[in-house]
Every structure is written in C-alpha cells, then in structure tokens.
Design a protein around this ligand. Structure first.
Ligand code: F3S
Length: 388
C-alpha cells in the first residue's frame, strides 16, 4: 500500500503512540484486503462501547489508545450497556456501571461525541452522498451506504477507531465503484407492510447471505429502511442494498441478476424461526433506536389507554431524540421506561429477564446468543396489544 510521507511519519511513531498503533492496524487491514492506499474520511462511528461486550480486554485497548490518541474527524459512539442515569432501574450493578462510565470517559478523552446511539444519522453524524466514512455498527453502516449513499466497509470497533484517529481508511471494498453493484433483484410481495420490513430483511439475509440486493415493490419509508438494514446485516452480513426509486444508487442494469421473491410465507416462516418463547417478561422496542416519528406513532397508539399486567417495557432511543420528544415520553413512561443510549442487546438483560419480546428481527436474532433469552418476535402493534 502506498503511504504518503505524513502517513509514514504516523507509522514510524513520530506523531505519537496511538497514531502509530492505529496506522499499524490500517496498514495490516489494507494488506489483507489489497488496498492501494489510504483515503481521507469525513466521519467515523464506533462500536465496542458496552462493558458487557468489550470487557476488561477492551478497556485495556482503549486505555492504551486514549493515553495520547485523539480523533481527528467527527466521531460518534454506539449504544452502551446502560442508560447513564437510569441504570439502577435497569437492574445494572455498581461494578458494571462504574466500568461502563470509565469506557465512556476514555472515548470522551479521545474527543469522541459520547451520545451513544446506533442511529447517529438521525442526529449529528449524517454523511452525504459519496462521502468516504469508517463506520462500525452493521445497521448504521448499511443505512449510510444504502440510504445516504456514503461509502464505508463493515468496520470493526478497533478499525473504525484507528480510522478516526488517523482520519483515513484503506481504499477497498465498498469505497470502490466496482464493488457497489447490485447482485440480486428482490421482489417483495404486495400486502407486506413497512412494519414487516424487519422480517423482510431477516428473510433476505438468511436466504442470500452477503450480497447487494435491489428491492422492487418496497417503498421509501425511513423507519422501515432502518429496520430492513439492521435485520439484513444481522442475518446475512449485508452492508449495502438498493431500493427502486428510493436510494441514491440504483443498478446500471438488471440483466442477468437472479430474482428472489419474498412472500407472505417467507415472513411467516421467519417469525416462526425467531419465536422461541411465549410469555415475555420484557418487551423491548427500539432496535435500531427509535426515531422521532416512531416515538410519535407509539405515543399516538398508547395515548388515553391504560396498561394491563406487570410486564416490563423498554423503549430504546438516543438522548437526542429523547430531548426532542417530551410529550411523547410522558405518554410512553406510563407504560414503561424510555431509555437512552442503550439497548436490549448490549445491556446485561440476562440478569433479570428470561423471555424478551421485540419487533426487531435483528434483536430477535441476537437475543438468544448474546443475552441467553427466549424470544417472542412480533409486530409493534402485536407487542403493544400485550399490554393494552
Ligand atoms: Fe441498535 Fe442495539 Fe439494535 S445497537 S441496531 S438497538 S442491537
């Protein structure tokens, strides 16, 4: 890989230890993937935030990087393992909370914006068409590639941090035009609604694995697209997709592309596969984090109604959206907790819960393995009916 003289200085440690380590990582990645050079990025988004997922090993790495490392592009963070204020109500213990806040302080020291969300594109970190970025968090990077037309590979936490510290990423994969071509045409059966796009995403990811699907018969609803992106990334490592008339990049030709149909039967089959539990003790909504319009829709649905039963309910969102929705929050708080900066997958929910209900195919796919949960997968309306 060709390095500029500044990049060579970084690699030689002339600009500090963190930059040297970051550059070593990027050079190694570049060699593995055959990159010709490093390219400048306009933003980064980091995963590896929850104490539950990174543990003490992750803290050691962050301490090393934070000793003299600073990010040099706007950089945001994924959800952490708890709400920074309501962690006791979530059943999180003191030790976890203390280590979690230490992680956040290390990122803060490096200049990272510490609002912790998987939907940074709804707030301050919204790249433009053609921007090269280095994002971790599979749902967010797929949304950025597909809906925003920015360019990122599926970064891991350390790779994205290295890119943020040097302001560069290796030039390969989805940064290159030739790798941003549709590989399949996916036709979604009429009658499948936007509330089911998460299940569509899981079905496509499971059927096709890593691919770049071009969807026909879908639509452009942003909330639906963020659910689709998350589910496809979780089930099939899909990092980019296109939607007819809705995404900035469209296929040059459909000729020769295999056609895959997603039918009502596929949706029912996906629900059956994901539904492993019956009576939830936690209903968790907001994977990916709830947008302003979703907060509104939920509040409209629940306003004037009374909660039945004592099942715990979490509505997960970012602090930024939380701040914008005081009225909606007041309604939702009568039914459960509106939690910020965390989610049902990266929080230690296994300590207090056994069966979790979610309308997100991504959450339903991860909850058994990452949180030892049985899962009740259902539509948002279906989940709300459990408490009305
Ligand atoms: Fe976001 Fe957590 Fe889902 S990070 S995409 S809410 S698993």
């Amino acid at each position: 890989m060709q390095l500029t003289s500044e990049e060579q200085d970084m690699l030689a440690g002339k600009q500090g230890k963190a930059k040297r380590k970051a550059m070593e990582l990027l050079v190694a990645l570049g060699a593995i993937y055959g990159a010709d050079r490093l390219i400048p990025i306009t933003s980064a988004h980091l995963s590896g935030v929850s104490y539950k997922t990174i543990g003490e090993g992750g803290i050691d790495f962050l301490e090393e990087m934070a000793a003299d490392g600073k990010v040099c592009v706007p950089t945001t963070l994924n959800p952490m393992g708890m709400d920074g204020e309501r962690w006791k109500e979530m059943g999180v213990d003191e030790h976890f909370a203390q280590r979690q806040m230490h992680i956040i302080s290390l990122y803060e020291k490096m200049g990272v914006e510490v609002s912790c969300t998987c939907t940074p594109y709804l707030l301050t970190n919204r790249p433009k068409v053609g921007d090269h970025i280095a994002w971790a968090e599979s749902s967010a990077l797929s949304f950025a590639n597909s809906v925003l037309g920015a360019r990122t590979n599926r970064e891991g936490g350390p790779g994205a941090l290295a890119a943020a510290i040097t302001g560069r990423t290796p030039n390969y994969g989805l940064h290159l035009d030739q790798n941003r071509k549709a590989t399949h045409v996916v036709v979604v059966e009429k009658g499948i609604t936007k509330d089911e796009w998460s299940l569509v995403g899981h079905s496509v990811g499971r059927k096709l694995g890593a691919c770049i699907p071009f969807f026909r018969g879908l639509g452009s609803d942003v909330n639906g697209l963020k659910s689709l992106a998350a589910a496809m990334a979780a089930a099939g490592s899909v990092a980019m997709f296109m939607v007819e008339k809705a995404t900035p990049e469209q296929p040059d030709t459909l000729e020769g592309l295999p056609v895959v149909n997603i039918t009502r039967e596929d949706i029912e089959d996906t629900v059956k596969r994901l539904r492993t539990g019956k009576k939830p003790d936690l209903i968790a909504i907001g994977c990916p984090h709830l947008s302003e319009s979703e907060m509104k829709e939920l509040a409209d649905l629940l306003d004037g109604k009374k909660k039945k039963g004592d099942v715990e309910v979490w509505f997960c969102t970012s602090k930024g959206i939380w701040l914008r929705c005081p009225k909606e929050r007041a309604v939702l708080e009568r039914f459960g907790k509106v939690l910020c900066d965390t989610c049902m997958v990266v929080a230690p929910i296994e300590v207090g819960h056994k069966v979790t209900a979610s309308d997100s195919a991504k959450a339903c796919a991860y909850l058994p393995g990452l949180c030892s949960q049985k899962v009740f997968c259902g539509s948002r309306r279906e989940l709300m009916e459990l408490i009305l």
